[in-house]
Design a protein around this ligand. Structure first.
Ligand SMILES: C[C@@]1(CC(=O)O)c2cc3[nH]c(cc4nc(cc5[nH]c(cc(n2)[C@H]1CCC(=O)O)[C@@](C)(CC(=O)O)[C@@H]5CCC(=O)O)C(CC(=O)O)=C4CCC(=O)O)c(CCC(=O)O)c3CC(=O)O
Ligand SMILES: NC(=O)C1=CN([C@@H]2O[C@H](COP(=O)(O)OP(=O)(O)OC[C@H]3O[C@@H](n4cnc5c(N)ncnc54)[C@H](O)[C@@H]3O)[C@@H](O)[C@H]2O)C=CC1
Length: 153
């Protein structure tokens, strides 16, 4: 795995599924300037509908044509697998129900001012990544680099 910060401004992102996991992924995506399309018969009420295109139906092969990045997060494992299967060689897919069938994962991230800290467990324990992110949030808020003689900012 290769850690990067992706500039998604104006990139086409397709999210297949509109439930609890989609809500978390979409919230992060909406801060990137990506053009987001959600393909799902239902959309969780917590999802902000203003910054996305909602295709209110089940996924169909052919839906991915315009996508730069794809997130498969339906509760149907066969559909998530189909999405990965249908993606072209230049399209990166996160199958949120199967880390072995994903081109990338999301990391748990905390961001403050110019600093972003991101945690991965190589997919082995997202719960632990979340816990460490919570601890790092407290650490970051205290700005520990300000203390001592070599204060930078
Ligand atoms: C591989 C990966 C793919 C991806 O989604 O990118 C993945 C996969 C899976 N997650 C599962 C479960 C949960 N995931 C969370 C939360 C987060 N999951 C995230 C990332 C990742 N999750 C990627 C690897 C990250 C790494 O390397 O560590 C975070 C960090 C970032 C984000 O989602 O944006 C975000 C925390 C954000 C934050 O708060 O900071 C919670 C906790 C909660 O929801 O509160 C639970 C319930 C846990 C419990 O309670 O036990 C399951 C089992 C599903 C099942 O059993 O059905 C799978 C499937 C599998 O393991 O294959
Ligand atoms: N990566 C992660 O962080 C996590 C991943 N998961 C996995 O994510 C998946 C989804 O979990 P939740 O969001 O909690 O489920 P959910 O039940 O809240 O949402 C599922 C969504 O998929 C949609 N859907 C179902 N069939 C579809 C189809 N054929 N085409 C398009 N959309 C369809 C539903 O309408 C619904 O909007 C599960 O497979 C679970 O294993 C679960 C927890 C965390």
């Amino acid at each position: 795995m290769y850690p990067v910060m992706l500039n998604l401004q104006d990139k086409q992102v397709i999210v297949v599924g509109g439930g609890r996991v989609a809500a978390r992924k979409i919230k992060m995506l909406q801060a990137t300037g990506a053009v987001i399309t959600v393909i799902s018969p239902t959309l969780a009420p917590t999802i902000d509908r203003q910054q996305l295109n909602w295709v209110a139906r089940a996924y169909q092969t052919g839906d991915l044509a315009q996508a730069d990045l794809i997130i498969a997060c339906t509760d149907d494992l066969a559909v998530n697998a189909q999405v990965r299967h249908d993606a072209g060689p230049g399209q990166l897919v996160n199958n949120t129900s199967n880390k072995y069938a994903s081109d990338f994962y999301n990391m748990a991230m905390v961001s403050q001012d110019d600093v972003a800290l991101a945690v991965s467990t190589h997919g082995s324990s997202p719960k632990l990544a979340k816990k460490i992110r919570q601890l790092l949030t407290i650490w970051l808020q205290a700005k520990p680099w300000r203390k001592g003689r070599n204060e930078t900012k």
